[in-house]
Design a protein around this ligand. Structure first.
Ligand SMILES: Nc1ncnc2c1ncn2[C@@H]1O[C@H](COP(=O)(O)OP(=O)(O)OP(=O)(O)O)[C@@H](O)[C@H]1O
Length: 213
């Protein structure tokens, strides 16, 4: 799903990624850990081309990421962030539907899929609420549903539980693992928290500009 070979990135002449090699298989579930400032977010941003690498190759689902327009690349993936990134003037349902409307999918189809997923994550009674009426954990569940609406083969998560208390963070990690199995997609989750790692899951570590298993 992800094949990264010898990728480098620096900011103002200071190297952050220094020849990163990384592979994630189709349907695999994996964590990426690392100290603050080690380059984890930079690594993810290169994958969804929020930032551009200097050297090396990156393939997503077998295709070199430069061979695609950004919107084509991002269709292949869902992305969630620590800060949820919901639109405050839109209801929960509207926030989720945005992802499907962006692809021009029929409203009836995306509404049905949104309701299925929102029910799955325990938010069936919140669909007409606005995000500021929800807890942090509930807002992250909305963001997860939005990321899954178009059935991506890959979900990238950048510190998805960074703003949540421990118990809620654990619930979100469990939910992500269950969804990876149920919806059959690869997931790469960046976290600095060792205690949140799902037991038995693959864990890679970003350190010194490299990724080690
Ligand atoms: N746009 C940018 N311009 C300049 N420097 C940057 C930029 N983005 C990141 N950096 C630097 O690159 C390094 C890695 O940052 P990055 O955000 O990738 O780390 P991280 O491992 O995700 O950290 P955290 O766990 O704190 O989020 C840091 O030293 C940061 O200051």
């Amino acid at each position: 799903m992800i094949q990264m070979h010898d990728v480098t990135k620096s900011f103002d002449g200071v190297p952050v990624l220094n020849g990163v090699n990384y592979t994630l298989s189709h349907g695999e579930f994996a964590f990426l850990r690392g100290r603050s400032g080690s380059g984890k977010s930079t690594f993810l941003k290169l994958l969804y081309r929020e930032s551009e690498r200097e050297h090396g190759t990156i393939l997503i689902d077998g295709t070199a990421i430069d061979a695609l327009q950004k919107f084509e690349l991002r269709r292949k993936m869902g992305i969630i962030f620590q800060s949820y990134e919901l639109i405050s003037q839109h209801t929960v349902l509207e926030n989720v539907l945005i992802a499907g409307k962006a692809l021009g999918r029929p409203l009836e189809e995306i509404e049905a899929e949104a309701m299925r997923l929102l029910t799955r994550v325990g938010l069936a009674d919140k669909v007409h609420q606005f995000p500021n009426k929800l807890s942090g954990g509930q807002q992250q569940r909305v963001a997860i549903v939005r990321a899954l609406l178009n059935k991506p083969k890959l979900l990238l998560a950048d510190e998805p539980t960074g703003n949540l208390d421990r118990e809620t963070a654990q619930d979100i990690m469990t939910l992500l693992y269950e969804l990876h199995r149920e919806e059959q997609m690869a997931m790469l989750i960046v976290t600095h928290s060792e205690e949140l790692l799902t037991s038995g899951a693959r864990v890679s570590v970003m350190e010194g500009g490299h990724i080690d298993e």
